[in-house]
Design a protein around this ligand. Structure first.
Ligand code: CTP
Ligand code: CA
Length: 228
């Protein structure tokens, strides 16, 4: 019965997805992080699983407990751990989607003990860059692998998204528009997808479960050009 059977157009394919924030430790009790809820990447993982893919979800520390039936979840904390897990699972992935909000910087030194407050001075925390996971996968990507990145921008959206598409050697960049309709933690998202082949597809705001379908349909359909 076609009405009840989901189209298994990803069956036999491996899909690697990152989701959530990363936490970069300062000391045993503190970290640098961000507000990513992980909802977009989790919705993508579920969508790919329902379409028959073998999904590996590399998941940063997200606040909400979830059921991930049938999905291989690798829980990580830091950008370094996420990088490691992604490189372990990229080589046989047909599709890799980097939806995580990876910290761009981490403290150079992680104090083994809780940093104590002192009366006289304020600590200076030296930051160093984390590795760019998407860019590192773009550098080793094979012809038959599809690599998808996200971009969250507040200004100069299109140029920044196109720049990320190029510098990270991605096949698609999903631009997340930050606006009143889609605040952090929202179940809704408004996206525009930029493809390496020049396509630009704008979507209306919709639930992240629907956005996940739009993203997967777009990367599987090389001829779609209309605005949906
Ligand atoms: N990304 C990544 N590893 C990082 C930083 C980002 O894999 N260390 C990925 C994100 O998962 C996303 C894409 O790169 O798919 C773009 O992330 P974004 O933060 O928008 O871009 P940056 O290159 O970090 O640049 P900026 O934050 O300055 O906009
Ligand atoms: Ca960033």
């Amino acid at each position: 019965n076609e009405f009840f059977t989901k189209h298994k157009d990803l069956s036999g394919k491996k899909v690697l997805i990152t989701a959530g924030p990363t936490h970069e430790a300062l000391d045993p009790v503190r970290f640098i992080g961000n507000h990513s809820s992980g909802k977009m990447g989790i919705a993508l993982a579920k969508e790919c699983h329902e379409r028959g893919a073998a999904v590996t979800l590399v998941l940063g520390p997200v606040p909400l407990p979830q059921v991930y039936d049938g999905i291989t979840v690798i829980k990580v904390t830091s950008a370094d751990e996420m990088y490691q897990a992604c490189h372990e699972h990229f080589s046989n992935a047909a599709i890799a989607i980097m939806a995580a909000a990876v910290a761009d910087y981490k403290p150079e030194i992680v104090s083994p003990k809780k940093i104590k407050k002192t009366d006289d001075d304020v600590p200076e925390i030296k930051l160093v860059k984390t590795k760019d996971i998407l860019k590192s996968l773009g550098a080793i990507k094979q012809e038959n692998q599809i690599l998808v990145g996200f971009a969250l921008e507040t200004d100069n959206e299109k140029n920044n998204a196109l720049e990320k598409l190029k510098t990270k050697n991605a096949d698609f960049i999903v631009l997340n528009s930050m606006n009143d309709a889609t605040p952090f933690g929202s179940d809704y998202n408004k996206i525009t997808i930029y493809a390496k082949d020049g396509r630009e597809i704008a979507f209306s705001p919709k639930p992240k479960t629907e956005v996940a379908k739009d993203i997967i349909n777009t990367i599987l359909n090389n001829h779609q050009t209309e605005t949906v």
